[in-house]
Design a binder for this molecule. Structure first.
Ligand code: ASP
Length: 439
């Protein structure tokens, strides 16, 4: 039988009503055999995620302070779910064990991981699926890096012994048997690892939005949904801050050529967004897949007569950046000018020094910094086929009276990046959206 791996985010498992939706989704398709849950998330806007409650609780325990009150609140989140689902199930023993582990300072990661562990226990019992503790199948090395090979093998072996199972997200174990977590939002990564190990045909990532939107809805009212996006396009858009999925979740499934479907637990009939390895046959891609952007950049502008003939000029500049641990984002150049886009944050406390060193090292005529730059990325695999995309994007900006400070188009022809003044950020996104997608 084919396998689909389904991962449910925290808001999809925040309370008993959400558990019921999740169970209905899983039972609706017998191919949904492996389930990766997050910890219970927010039930309403001002609510606190269980993971955050656990961090706070452990922080007190580690200081030797009293943590019973907070611990009881965590416990009530789970007991409430069990009660409202009408299950004959108890986590009493688990809680007793976890409480004494907190007293014995079992570690911050251990504490946080219990959110997924306990949710996985309840979900497995509720579905009648086996429970596989992620500590036995997801591994980290001594230095804290992820052990991909060992994880892949162990997961594959273990899954082959279970027809249907729940594997909690977010954590694994270290060689000394202590628990370690991925970074926040890491259940996405676990889901991706399970999908690869199971040889899944699809990795469904269930959340509380119906996939990706062409632009940020806080800027463009009611933007269209992205139906299909390639892994490469997604990477370009997430770099600009369009996040629904943990960045590291892409690599395992991408490697194995498994598509990811972002779906909405609250509107399961919505097709969501399909993230695919390649655009594929009969792809009816629009010219533009998405528009994203970020504020907070600076342009380091350098001028020197005859720069273009000076071998190694760029190297000298980049060496200064490297010595000062400043990574650069873009490097568009003219004949006797060079502009380097960097995050303004990275310059903190070293602006004057940086300018002085570049001047000294390169003997440039002029070195200056311009702050308040926003970058806008217009991303689309359809650009390859459409002539004049850049012209359309730039004339949309010109039409809105927006001055372009920098342009960069990678040779992949997947992405056009424009640097503009931050004050025009929202207008720029709206005008490009209007040009390509409409009102
Ligand atoms: N529960 C963890 C967090 O809040 C991991 C996850 O939800 O993916 O970050």
């Amino acid at each position: 039988m084919l396998v689909k791996v389904v991962k449910f985010g925290g808001s999809s498992l925040a309370d008993a009503a959400q558990f019921q939706k999740v169970a209905a989704i899983i039972k609706a398709d017998p191919e949904r055999r492996y389930v990766v849950p997050s910890a219970p998330g927010k039930r309403f806007r001002e609510d606190t995620k269980v993971t955050d409650m656990l961090y706070a609780c452990y922080e007190r325990a580690a200081r030797g302070a009293e943590f019973d009150g907070l611990f009881a609140q965590v416990r009530e989140r789970y007991d409430g779910i069990i009660r409202e689902l009408g299950m004959d199930y108890s986590l009493d023993r688990e809680f007793a064990h976890i409480q004494s582990a907190f007293v014995n300072k079992s570690g911050r990661d251990y504490a946080a991981s219990r959110g997924e562990y306990l949710n996985g226990k309840i979900l497995a019992a509720y579905l009648g699926y086996d429970f596989i503790d992620a500590a036995r199948v997801v591994f980290f090395n001594d230095d804290g890096s992820f052990n991909d090979e060992l994880t892949h093998q162990s997961l594959r072996d273990e899954l082959s012994r279970h027809e249907r199972a729940v594997i909690p997200g977010f954590y694994g174990s270290m060689p000394n048997d202590t628990i370690k977590t991925f970074s926040r939002g890491g259940s996405d990564v676990t889901g991706s690892l399970v999908a690869r190990a199971a040889g899944a045909v699809l990795y469904e990532n269930w959340t509380d939005v119906s996939g990706f939107l062409v632009a940020d809805p806080r800027i463009v009212p009611n933007p269209k949904q992205i139906k299909r996006i390639t892994y490469r396009e997604l990477r370009e858009l997430s770099y600009m801050g369009a996040t629904v999925l943990h960045e590291d979740a892409i690599f395992p499934v991408r490697q194995a050529g498994i598509p990811i479907n972002i779906k909405n637990t609250n509107v399961p009939s919505d097709p969501g967004t399909m993230i695919v390895p390649e655009s594929g046959e009969g792809d009816d891609a629009q010219t533009i897949t998405g528009i994203a952007g970020k504020k907070g950049f600076s342009i380091l502008h350098i001028e020197k007569d005859m720069m273009n003939q000076e071998i190694g000029f760029g190297l000298k500049v980049l060496e200064v950046l490297e010595e000062r641990e400043i990574s650069f984002e873009h490097l568009p150049s003219g004949i006797d000018t060079m502009s380097i886009v960097v995050a303004t944050e990275a310059l903190e406390g070293q602006r004057e020094e940086l300018l002085r060193w570049i001047k000294r090292r390169t003997k440039a005529d002029l070195v200056e910094l311009h702050d308040g730059i926003a970058l806008i990325a217009v991303v689309g695999r359809g650009m390859l086929k459409a002539v004049g995309t850049a012209a359309r994007a730039f004339s949309a900006l010109a039409g809105a009276g927006i001055n372009i400070r920098m342009i960069d188009q990678g040779s992949s022809e997947l992405n056009i990046i424009a640097g503009i003044d931050e004050d025009h950020f929202e207008d720029a996104i709206r005008s490009i959206y209007k040009e390509f997608i409409g009102e």
